[in-house]
Each structure stands twice: as structure tokens, then as C-alpha cells.
Design a protein around this ligand. Sequence first.
Ligand code: N01
Length: 517
Amino acid sequence: MATAQLSSNGNGAAPRTEERVGTLIIGSGFSGLGMGIKLRSRGDEDFVIVEKADSVAGTWRENTYPGCACDVPSHMYSFSFEPNPDWSQMYAPQHEIREYLERVTDKYDIRRHIRFHTKAVAAHWDADAALWRCRLEGPDGPYEIAAQFVVSAIGGLHIPSKPRFPGIEDFEGEVFHSAEWNHDYELDGKRVAVIGTGASAIQFVPEIMPKVARLDLYQRTAPWVLPKVDRHIRPSERKLYRRFPALQRAYRWAIYWLLELVVLNAVKGERFGRIFEAMGRRHLARQVSDPVKREKLTPHFEFGCKRLLMSNDYYRSLDQPKADVITEPIERVTPKGVVAGGVEREVDAIILATGFDVEAMGSAVEIRGVGGRLLADDWADGIEAHRGTLVAGYPNLFFLMGPNTGLGHNSVVFMAEYQIELADQAMRAVRERGAGGIAPKPSAQDAYNRRLQKHLARAVWSRSCSNWYVDSRGRNITLWPHSTWRWALEMSRLRPSEYELHPAPANVPERVPAEVA
Ligand code: N01
């Protein structure tokens, strides 16, 4: 593979002629950085990371809403190989996670591989050359790059979902999405409508409540909200972790097993779930004195069906007289406010806390595989991959945090690390065997997804509520339904019988995929 003509500063202008790199990584969040670190760890410097924004950290750069914090304990929500003894909270705030990723980027010398302000637009598989021909848009305009491997590390939650409420374009006040928080807009003394009651809303509602004159919360489904067992990590404790790293590792493992043994069972097991439902009801009763509001905020679906939410002040903040919970469906937006249940409530601002478009994973970049087939077409009936990572008919393409790799109970960083391991093994298999490409056999991908969907169809996420895990066709495209140690066991070794090798350019006339082993 020709060495890439990499610019040595992360932002340098890219050459106009088509360059070649070993690996093109799209995105510099947890998974993109993790992939780069993996490649460097085995001496591979032949990769470029493209990042559409001006800094790393992905979702932890984009989401800056007040109160934004991790809802998985930070000692677990970090790279296994790079513990951070300095987390200030059990659930670190957004800025600390972002700073952590910035530090990791420098420590592992990844920055010189990153091209900021550069967006991947298209990637087409050229079977004759066994290369991905990629179209990028950089600060100086569009250009092309050829890569043996492409790693899509764009994450599942990066395209805000903005429901088109009738009339919203004529609203005269301010409208923004929680993931695009307008920090220039002063909320003091304003009447604000918040639409949505998911993980983001429950974090920022208590933060903005003291400022606003009135807050109308438009709730479609009341979520289960549990107390958050958060704590400040004292400097003395952090010092201990710095001095005795084994102690921090042990703490991480303790959190890991607590999440696997308790939270996974609570999410998936009915009996365990009931206990958590009782805890949620008690939490609500303690914090909300108004019986009408309490009734509106009472969930009516099985615990675990939606993402587990934790907050110590969400309910309490809604108990204030200036907060209203509106459960009638939104009919339309007028220039002055929001109409629901036939009542118009005038507001100065509307904040959409309406989540993300998870199905955009296949269409964010135009990807064409073997024979020019379009991934967005192949995924029109539902996105799926083999082991969440590779897709039949798209050799040498890897999705990190891809379909069915999300979790309702533990850290997705853990999941991504095993995907990175699998991708790395697949890349090495191609190189070591002198092949052109590797992709799952269609039969292996089908069998894997059939097994997964059979299990998911019976699981809590399909049973008792609608959620963003399940697509419009009723397939759960986001979650891994089992324990993460099962994921680790299944992912730690590339199983040759599940994959086929595509010929190297010299063997092109044969054009018959071969077994990996
Ligand atoms: O989005 P959501 P989010 N009309 O999809 C409602 C991750 N995260 O941004 O429940 C009216 O959870 C929708 O209603 P319903 C985490 O994985 C992680 O809060 O579908 N309402 C729901 O209440 C999380 O799950 C952290 O009936 C509409 C809300 O909008 C994911 O991000 C922190 C509507 C959307 O909730 C997304 O969370 C924060 C409509 N047309 C977030 N459309 C961590 O700490 C949607 N809604 C790791």
C-alpha cells in the first residue's frame, strides 16, 4: 500500500491528486480515536481520520446542553487501556469527557492523523483495484482519497431528530435542538416549551428551571426515572487511583459486574424490573406533591423498555408551580406558541429534546459496495450488519457502534473496543493472506441477525412501549440484547468460517470469493 501523503499538521490542506491510505476512519469520537490507537499500537501509521468539526470527541463535543453528563459511571465509560484517575464525579460532566478524549488524542499521538473540517461524502468500492474510492469535502473544497479499508465511526446518535410540527417554521421565537444548544440565547425570564422527556431532557430541565419564567414540558410518554447514585470523587480518592492503578481497575470491574448482574437483570427481567418500578414510583411520590402532575408523570410501560433514566432533581424541578406537564399530543405550532389539546400556550422558545435519527447511519455517507450496490438501498428495510461491524457485499468496510451494538445497561465504549479488535483482525487477515478484501458471507450475516432478532422480538424493548431502538418496521436495530461478556467472547476472535476473502487485484479475473481459512 502506498504511503499516504499525509499533511503533518492536523489541518493542513490536502493535495488535489488522489492519494492512497491504508485506512480511512470517519469520525473522531470514542470509536474513531480508539481505532486509530489500535492501528498505531501495531505500528500502522498509514491512516487518516476525517472529522467534520474542528475538534475531537464526537457526541461529547456536540452535546453541550446544561447539565449534560454521562449516565454510565465514568470509570466504566472510558477506554479500558486508558483509565482516568481524575474523574470528579461518579458520572462525569460532558466537559470532562471531552477533555479526556482530547488528552487521549495527544497522548497516543493521533492528532497528526486527523483532518478537521473534513467530511466524508461518498465511498465506492473499486473491485478491480480492491480499494475504496472516497470523496471528501475539506476546508479547501472536495477531493478524493483511495483507501484499502474504511472505518465508519460516525456514531449512532449524531443526527438530531427534529419532528416537523405543523407551523414550526413560522414560530417567531427561538427554536433549537438539545444537541445544538444555543448558548447565545438567554433563557432568563423566558417562557419555554420543552418537547421530549428522554435522557437529554431529564438532564437539562432541572438546570434551566431556576432561570425560566415558565416551563411547559410536552411529554408523549412518561419515562421511569430513578434516583441517581452519584457522588463527588474527592481529591484524596483520585490520588489513590493515581498511586495504585490496580485499585482503579478493581473499582472499574466492580462497576462492570454491578451493571451486568443487577442493571441488565432489571432491564430484562420482569421480577427484577418490578423492584425498580417500585423504586421509581417512590422517587416520584417523594418529589412531586401535586397529585395531578404525579399522575401525568407516572409511567405506564414495563421498566427497561426505554432507556433507564436517573436524576435526583428532575421530578423536584417539575413540582414547581411554574412548570406544567402537558400530555396531550402537539397539534401545531403557531407564531406565538404551541397548541396541544386545543389549548395554545404562548412561549418565547421551543427546545426540541426529541432524540436522534439512528437510521441515518446508512445514508450519512453514500456507500456503494460490490457491483455498485447502494448501502442505503440495502438498508432500506432495516439496517443490519454482521456482529454489528461488517456488511456482506461491502468488503473492508467496518462500522463502529454499528447496528445492534447499543446497550441499555452498560458502557458502549466497552462494546466499541471489541468491534475495533474484530476490525483489526479482519484487516490483518486481508494483509497476511494477500487478499483484496474481507466481508461476511451473506448466509452468516443472515443467520446472525435472525438469531438476534428472534431474541429481540421477545425482549422487553418490543413488548410494552415504543422506543427509538425499534425501527418503523418493528425491528430492533440498535440494541445488543445480551450481556457484554457474551459480546466480548463472541467478538474477541474472528471466526474464519463466517467470512469470505475477495481477490487481490492481481487475481481479479477469478473474482470468486474464497474462504478465509
Ligand atoms: O432522546 P430520546 P434523548 N412529539 O430519543 C420525544 C443517549 N444519551 O436525546 O418517549 C413529541 O431518548 C420522545 O417521546 P417518546 C442515550 O442513549 C446518553 O433524550 O418516544 N415527543 C422522547 O421523550 C439516549 O437514549 C447520555 O414517546 C416526541 C424524547 O422526545 C439517547 O442519547 C445522555 C416526538 C426523545 O428522547 C437519546 O436521548 C443523553 C414528537 N414528534 C443522551 N419525537 C449519556 O449520558 C420524539 N419525542 C451517555
